[in-house]
Design a protein around this ligand. Structure first.
Ligand code: ATP
Ligand code: MG
Ligand code: MG
Length: 550
């Protein structure tokens, strides 16, 4: 068997286990801020945190990092829980950083009493200016020398709501000369008279990320706190607070965030796409969100496989969306039943086939599966729909589909030969006339002929109709966030193509929500949530890499 080498986080956990750290316990957490829907980047973090714990017999907490009341909402909390579950993971505990507000306040008092925190009346601009530059130390100000008593009183007054937003902040008294700007007396608390989705109006001061995250980890006794590389410079602060407060020694480790081309991944940008109407919503099938991918027809297994394949690195890079598409094709090729649907229909009449006659043919559900996963029947008659592109009046070189005088096999049915066409006033073909070879029936062919092309078709008399939505990339450039101007300038205006009506074989009317299906030669599809019994709507998940006929 093939042993995969350990990634660097697995190595760290194995070393810790070997050294008997934390009594052999592994507890990770996934800490989303409920200010948007989860995206494929979060999926990587989820797979990493839950996967690591699973591998070493540990557990994972789901902790909502809800310390910023302004942008957070229960709608996001609910969607996040749904998405994590859908990806196939179970958390040990559902927790909220806001549940720690009392404890965090106590921690702040402890630091004030140790002379390690002070209330600063400066404006944000003044604080930024006094922080110095990477090459010059900060200057500080007179507030830094406030007495412990005064700080305790002012901080209590901040909490009591005596001051407006921005009037004061609580800062750590740390090191204004540190080469790490994050250590130059970082903010711990700010005043925000805002309603919080869980704590309501109980608080008007809210802790900053740096003062909330590490302590929340420590309160839960998280053993391995995994975050993305932009938090490397925050790590000394993470450790300093834990040390000064003598808390459980959670440790922070950083990995490279996932970047995917032809999309954006920041929640701020995704929110703009939603609120400005560039997409239908957070779950628009073009969005890189988990809910968008789900609606598009991606499976949890394909997303987990994608996260496994990209691996865990320390340096950021750009992953090609083609890899994600590869993973869903691999998965659906094994699972999806094959059906026939004509997306760009033109009518074909078989002149020598008896009028009014119906024959039933049968085809395997999935030739990739054992025993074809069973089969279904579909009707055949004198008039059928075929794809416009499967006919060329005068065939080009190496065109092996239907043409005048040329022969092709109708999938699971007969060989036909092109005879003539009917055109409208503009010269567009409105009908193709053919003859068929009765002795060429699929599975029972005594014609002795071999034809190079096989095309799909649907009986005109029996076809059902559907709306079919084809998607392209949401952006025209690989990295829209790194181009001149606004990222929205690079939106692909043709990212959605709606076909209505498409003609589908009757059995497709039985399609089940969430169950993928392959439209032969056209790709993998899934019912959209807009679908009703009266109006079926299918989304294309992804094209087939190769159709089975060229
Ligand atoms: P955004 O910039 O989209 O708002 P965020 O990091 O602020 O992302 P959080 O809700 O705080 O979003 O993220 C929860 C967890 O998911 C964090 O641990 C974060 O590091 C991780 N995460 C977010 N985006 C990515 C990504 N692109 N790749 C890997 N992990 C990510
Ligand atoms: Mg965050
Ligand atoms: Mg964020």
């Amino acid at each position: 068997s093939e042993e995969k080498s350990l990634n660097f986080l697995e190595e760290i956990v194995e070393e810790d286990l070997a050294a008997g750290k934390h009594g052999g316990r592994v507890l990770t957490r996934f800490p989303p801020e409920p200010n948007g829907y989860l995206h494929i980047g979060h999926a990587k973090s989820i797979c990493l945190n839950f996967g690591l714990a699973q591998r070493y017999g540990g557990k994972t907490n789901l902790r909502f990092d809800d310390t910023n009341p302004v942008k957070e909402d229960v709608e996001y909390v609910d969607s996040i829980k749904e998405d994590v579950k859908w990806l196939g993971f179970d958390w040990a505990q559902e927790l909220y950083a806001s549940d720690y507000f009392d404890k965090l306040y106590e921690f702040a008092l402890t630091l004030i009493k140790k002379g390690l925190a002070y209330v600063d009346d400066s404006t944000a601009e003044e604080i930024a200016a006094q922080k110095g530059t990477p090459t010059e130390p900060g200057t500080g100000n007179e507030y830094r020398n406030r007495s412990i008593e005064e700080n305790l009183q002012l901080f209590a007054d901040m909490k009591a709501g005596k001051y407006p937003d921005g009037a004061k902040v609580l800062r750590a008294k740390l090191d204004l000369a540190s080469s790490n700007m994050h250590l130059r007396d970082p903010l711990m608390y700010r005043i925000k008279h805002a309603h919080h989705h869980r704590t309501g109006d109980a608080w008007c001061i809210y802790p900053m990320y740096d003062f909330a995250h590490g302590q929340s980890d420590a309160i839960e006794e998280i053993t391995h706190s995994i975050c993305t590389v932009e938090f490397i410079p925050h790590r000394p602060l993470y450790e300093w607070f834990i040390e000064q407060l003598e808390l459980f020694p959670s440790k922070q480790y950083e990995f490279a965030r996932l970047n995917l081309n032809y999309t954006v991944m920041s929640k701020r940008k995704l929110l703009q796409l939603v609120t400005e109407g560039h997409v239908e919503g957070w779950d628009d099938p073009r969005m890189p969100t988990i809910s968008g991918l789900r609606r598009r027809g991606y499976t949890p297994a394909s997303i987990r496989e994608f996260c496994e394949r990209i691996g865990v690195a320390k340096r950021e890079n750009m992953i090609d969306v083609g890899l994600l598409e590869f993973c869903i094709r691999e998965d659906l090729n094994k699972k999806a039943w094959r059906r026939m649907a004509v997306l760009d229909p033109v009518k074909l009449v078989i002149d020598n086939y008896p009028e009014g006659k119906t024959e039933y043919f049968s085809g395997e559900n999935n030739p990739e599966a054992e025993d074809g996963d069973g089969s279904r029947e579909f009707p055949f008659g004198r008039e059928i729909w075929i794809e416009r592109e499967d006919f060329m009046e005068v065939p080009a070189k190496k065109y092996f589909r239907l043409s005048i005088g040329g022969m092709v096999r109708l999938k699971n049915a007969y060989i036909i030969k092109g005879e003539s066409v009917v055109k409208d006033a503009e010269g567009n073909i409105t009908e193709i006339h053919c003859s068929y070879l009765p002795e060429s029936k699929s599975g029972n062919d005594t014609s002795g002929l071999t034809v190079k092309g096989t095309i799909h078709w649907v009986s005109v008399e029996h076809a059902k109709t559907a709306e079919v939505r084809l998607y392209d990339r949401l952006f025209q450039v690989e990295d829209p966030s790194n181009e001149d101007g606004d990222f929205k300038d690079y939106i692909n205006p043709n990212s959605l193509h709606i076909i209505s009506p498409a003609y589908i074989e009757p059995d497709l009317a039985n399609a089940i929500a969430g169950v993928p299906v392959q439209f032969m030669r056209k790709g993998y599809f899934v019912l959209d949530k807009d679908s009703t019994v009266d109006k079926l709507v299918f989304n294309r998940t992804v094209t087939l890499k190769d159709g089975w006929v060229k």
